[in-house]
Design a protein around this ligand. Structure first.
Ligand code: CTP
Ligand code: MG
Length: 228
């Protein structure tokens, strides 16, 4: 849609501690390029996106520039939430935006269809997220004690990018006062009373988190698996 300034924010300031990668995982190579370069290319190449801003660690700028060359970036924080907030504040300080897409660098394979679905959904709500169903049996567990099975039909897995009306997600981030660290941005908007709608996600967007996920990402890239 024309007439909106749409900014993409890539969070790439983590340490990738669970991944076992020597390099923070966003700079590790998957399918021939550093993960952050895949996400950046997808967002920068989308016709509805006007500007891409990367949030990276103050000590990671060299790695970012080795991966991407000189690109607009700001310093992140100690948690994902603080990294997103730093990015949103930087956008606010430089002219603001109408819409923002917030994306994990660790989900490298982003296709334009997902972005289209998210931006269309923003016409009807201040937030939109890609979701996938849960194929496994899901049960509560505390340590090794299994609890009740949770009906998986009632569950979805929530991915990124997540799309928001800029002013709504900025206000939700600024107002966040809960003790629990949120794992995504939609939960902040929902906690602030904002509606978030689901759109169809994509198996290609699985996050690289653990050591085995790098090989799985290579396989997905080679086969171009997609949820359709
Ligand atoms: N992230 C960030 N700033 C942080 C923590 C995370 O920008 N302080 C980013 C990561 O770079 C990643 C995304 O948020 O692209 C999702 O986070 P996660 O998968 O948890 O990555 P890491 O925090 O790097 O990994 P780990 O939790 O295993 O250390
Ligand atoms: Mg983390």
């Amino acid at each position: 849609m024309n007439g909106h300034r749409t900014v993409a924010l890539i969070v790439a300031a983590g340490r990738g501690e669970r991944s076992g990668s020597a390099l923070p995982k966003q700079f590790a190579t998957v399918a021939g390029r550093p993960m952050v370069a895949h996400s950046h290319a997808a967002l920068a190449g989308h016709p509805a996106i006007d500007h891409v801003l990367v949030v990276t660690g103050a000590d990671q700028v060299e790695a970012l520039e080795a991966a991407l060359g000189p690109v607009p970036h700001v310093a992140g924080g100690a948690t994902r939430r603080l990294s997103v907030l730093a990015g949103l504040e930087a956008i606010a300080a430089t002219g603001g935006a109408d819409r923002v897409l917030i994306h994990d660098a660790a989900r490298p394979f982003l296709n334009a269809d997902v972005i289209d679905r998210l931006l269309s959904a923003l016409d009807a709500a201040p937030g939109a997220v890609p979701v996938l169903s849960v194929p496994d049996t899901v049960a509560r567990a505390v340590g090794y004690a299994l609890g009740e099975v949770v009906p998986r039909e009632e569950l979805v897995r929530v991915q990124t990018p997540q799309a928001f009306a800029f002013s709504a997600i900025l206000a939700a981030h600024r107002g966040w006062a809960a003790e629990i660290e949120p794992t995504d941005d939609a939960q902040l908007l929902r906690a602030a009373g904002g509606k978030v709608v689901p759109v169809m996600g994509d198996i290609m967007l699985e996050k690289v988190t653990y050591p085995g996920d790098f090989a799985a990402a290579e396989v997905r890239a080679a086969a171009r698996f997609r949820v359709r």
